[in-house]
Design a protein around this ligand. Structure first.
Ligand SMILES: Nc1ncnc2c1ncn2[C@@H]1O[C@H](COP(=O)(O)OP(=O)(O)OP(=O)(O)O)[C@@H](O)[C@H]1O
Length: 582
C-alpha cells in the first residue's frame, strides 16, 4: 500500500479558491452578492474575479506580492478574497478604523504593490501615503486603485486607476495558475494590537481552506444561507466566511456600516439567516428600535467574552447564538461552544452560562489544551485550575511576517501555539477563558479573573458595558477596579450600589474596590476594550480604597475619556511568569 503514489488525480493542494469555481458551476444563477440596489449571481462573481485577477497580472503583480485593501464590506472587498490569490498574490485587508500612521506602517511593512482604497477612505489613504513618502523608508510606493461607489459613482480618485475599470478591461476567460503548494501564502492580516504592537499574520491556502470547512461544520451552516456582513471582512477575512459563503452557495448581503437600522432593515428585506459579530454589537441591537424577527437568525459571536446575561437578552429577541473563541493567529475562531442536546431542557440562565464558555476545538485543530506554561503539563479538568490555552493544528498561521523572534515565541518547541490567554478546562472538556494573561489581577496572592467580575457587573440592570482591571492596592498589591458605562435610567446609580451588587454575587476579594463610571470605554479598531489604557488610569486613582472607607460615601465620578499615552506593559516572558504564579 505504501507504494501507491500521489498524483494529480488524488492529491490536489487545498485552497479556498476551489469554492468559487464550484459555486459558479452549481449555483450559477443564484444571487452571490446583494449591496443596496446592486446584485450579482455566482457566475457573474466568478467572471468579475477572473477579470480582476487578469488585470492585476497586467499591472505586473507576481506570485507572493502583497495587494492591500482599505474598504468596508462592499462587493469589491468580497471579490478580492478570490481575485487577488487567483493572480498569485497575497491579500492584505486593512482595518478601516486605523489611523494614517498605522496604515502607513502596514503598507511599508507588507511592501504592498497595489493599494485598493474605497472612495470614502481616500482622505485617510492620502494621509497614509503622504506619511510613507515623507518617511524616506519606503523603496517603492504601492500603485493606488480607488473603488468608487458601485451604484452611484462619485468620480473621487487618487491617481488614475479605478476598480470597475480594472474589472471591465480584464479577461473573463482568465485561467488562474494552479496552486502547486498549499503552503503558499494567501492572506496577510495584522493583529489588532490590543496588547502589543500589531504583527503581520500569514495564512496559507491550506490553513484558509481547512479553517473555512471547520467553521461551516462547527456552526452547522447548511447550503444557500443568506449571510449578512455585520462582521468586517478585514477581521480575519470575516472569520473565513468570505470563502465559506461561496462554499455553501450562499448570498452575501454587503453593508457599509454596522448600524442597527442597516442590520434590522437587511434582515427583513433579504430574509437573512446568518451573521457574525462581536458581543458589543448585541448592545447596538438591544438599544435600538427593534424590528421583530420573522424568522430566527443564527449569530456566531466571538472576539471578546459574551457575558451570559447579554446572551440571554439577545436570544430573547429571536437570535440564536453560537459562541466561538479565536485569534488572528488561528485564522479566526479556533474553539466553538458546540451545543449538546442534553442541555436543551435546562433553564435559560443555565443554558446561557454553558454557552458563555469558549468551547471545544474546531475540527481542523489537532488538539487544544490548557497547560501550565512552565512545565507544559495539562491542568486538571476541574473548571478551576488555570493555565495558558494552547492550540495545534492546520488553522494556525504560518507565522508572523518578517518577525522570526515573535514567531518563535508564539510557537512552543513542544509543538503548541501559545495563545497568551488564561483558561480552565471543565470536567466535560469545554474550555472557558478566564482572562488574557496580562489582565489577570493578583490580589493578596489570589488570582482574580477580570472576566468573572465583569460577568457579574453585566447582571446589574443599569450596566451597559463593564471592564475590570488591576489597580495598585497598599495592602493587597493589586485589587479589582471596575470601569462601567450606564444605561440612561432616571434614577442615578451610585458606586456603592454597584459594589453592593458585586458583594452579593462574588467572594469578598473579587469585589471591585472602586467603580468608575465613564461615558465610554476605550476600544481598539476591532472594538476590543483597551485594558492597558484603563490600567494606566487606575494607577492614578488616589481614592483606591473607596469602598473600604466605611461610613464615607464613595465618590461617583464621570470620566470624559482621554487617551493616556500607550503603555505596553509586560512582554511575553513576563506574562508567562505571571501565569506561573497561578
Ligand atoms: N469568545 C471569546 N471570549 C473571550 N475572549 C476572546 C474570545 N474570542 C477572542 N477573544 C480574545 O481576543 C483575542 C484575539 O484577538 P485578535 O486576534 O483580534 O488580536 P488582539 O489580541 O486584539 O491583538 P494583539 O494580539 O495585537 O493584542 C484572544 O487572544 C482573546 O483574548
Amino acid at each position: 500500500m505504501d507504494r501507491l503514489a500521489k498524483c494529480g488525480a488524488n492529491y490536489v493542494p487545498l485552497t479556498p479558491l476551489t469554492f468559487l469555481k464550484r459555486a459558479a458551476n452549481v449555483y450559477s444563477n443564484r444571487k452571490s452578492i446583494i449591496h443596496g440596489r446592486v446584485s450579482f449571481t455566482w457566475q457573474q462573481t466568478y467572471e468579475r474575479c477572473c477579470r480582476l485577477a487578469s488585470s492585476l497580472k497586467s499591472l505586473n503583480i507576481v506570485k507572493n506580492n502583497v495587494v492591500s485593501v482599505l474598504a468596508p464590506n462592499i462587493p469589491a472587498m468580497y471579490e478580492m478574497h478570490f481575485a487577488v490569490p487567483m493572480a498569485g498574490a497575497v491579500l492584505n485587508t486593512i482595518n478601516t478604523r486605523l489611523d494614517a500612521r498605522n496604515i502607513a506602517t502596514i503598507l511599508n511593512h507588507s511592501e504592498a504593490k497595489v493599494f485598493f482604497v474605497d472612495y470614502q477612505y481616500v482622505p485617510l489613504a492620502r494621509d497614509a501615503l503622504r506619511l510613507l513618502m515623507a518617511s524616506n523608508i519606503i523603496t517603492s510606493m504601492p500603485l493606488v486603485v480607488v473603488i468608487d461607489d458601485i451604484a452611484n459613482p462619485t468620480g473621487i480618485r487618487l491617481g488614475k486607476l479605478e476598480y470597475e475599470h480594472l474589472v471591465a478591461r480584464g479577461d473573463p476567460g482568465y485561467v488562474p495558475d494552479e496552486i502547486t503548494d498549499e503552503w503558499d501564502p494567501t492572506a496577510l492580516n495584522y493583529t489588532s494590537g490590543t496588547t502589543s504592537e500589531p504583527k503581520g499574520v500569514v495564512y496559507s491556502h491550506r490553513g484558509a481552506y481547512l479553517s473555512t470547512l471547520s467553521l461551516i461544520l462547527g456552526w452547522g451552516m447548511k447550503t444557500e444561507p443568506v449571510y449578512l456582513w455585520s462582521l468586517p471582512m478585514f477581521h480575519c477575512n470575516g472569520w473565513t466566511f468570505t470563502w465559506g459563503v461561496a462554499a455553501r452557495g450562499g448570498t452575501n448581503v454587503c453593508i457599509r456600516d454596522t448600524t442597527a437600522a442597516e442590520i434590522y432593515g437587511n434582515i427583513a428585506s433579504h430574509k437573512v439567516t446568518h451573521m457574525c459579530c462581536a458581543p458589543i454589537v448585541f448592545n447596538i441591537l438591544l438599544e435600538a428600535d427593534r424590528r421583530p424577527l420573522t424568522t430566527p437568525v443564527e449569530i456566531l459571536t466571538g472576539g471578546a467574552p459574551p457575558p451570559a446575561a447579554l446572551l440571554e437578552k439577545i436570544e430573547s429577541l429571536g437570535f440564536h447564538v453560537v459562541h466561538a473563541y479565536g485569534l488572528t493567529e488561528a485564522t479566526g475562531p479556533a474553539l466553538v461552544c458546540e451545543w449538546q442536546k442534553k442541555w436543551d431542557h435546562l433553564a435559560r440562565e443555565a443554558q446561557s452560562r454553558l454557552k458563555a464558555r469558549q468551547g471545544i476545538s474546531i475540527l481542523t485543530l489537532a488538539d487544544v489544551d490548557v497547560k501550565d506554561p512552565r512545565t507544559m503539563e495539562s491542568v486538571t479538568r476541574d473548571g478551576k485550575t488555570m493555565g495558558e490555552i494552547v492550540l495545534r493544528g492546520s488553522s494556525i498561521m504560518k507565522g508572523y511576517l518578517k518577525d522570526a523572534n515573535a514567531t518563535s515565541k508564539a510557537f512552543h518547541e513542544k509543538g503548541w501555539f501559545m495563545t497568551g490567554d488564561v483558561g480552565v478546562v471543565h470536567p466535560d472538556g469545554y474550555i472557558e477563558i478566564k482572562d488574557r494573561s496580562k489582565d489577570v489581577i493578583i490580589s493578596g496572592g489570589e488570582n482574580i479573573s477580570s472576566v468573572e467580575v465583569e460577568a457579574i457587573l453585566y447582571r446589574h440592570p443599569a450596566v451597559v458595558e463593564a471592564a475590570v482591571v488591576a489597580m495598585p492596592h497598599p495592602k493587597w498589591g493589586e485589587s479589582p477596579c471596575a470601569f462601567v458605562t450606564l444605561r440612561k435610567t432616571p434614577a442615578a446609580v451610585k458606586e456603592a450600589e454597584i459594589i453592593q451588587h458585586c458583594r452579593k454575587n462574588l467572594p469578598g476579594f473579587m469585589v471591585p474596590k472602586k467603580v468608575q463610571f465613564v461615558k465610554e470605554l476605550p476600544k481598539t479598531s476591532t472594538g476590543k476594550i483597551q485594558k492597558f489604557q484603563l490600567r494606566a488610569l487606575a494607577k492614578t486613582f488616589d481614592d483606591v480604597v473607596s469602598s473600604e472607607n466605611h461610613g464615607k460615601e464613595p465618590s461617583v465620578s464621570q470620566t470624559n475619556w482621554e487617551m493616556p499615552t500607550r503603555d505596553y506593559h509586560q512582554d511575553h516572558q513576563e506574562q508567562i511568569f505571571a501565569l506561573s504564579r497561578l
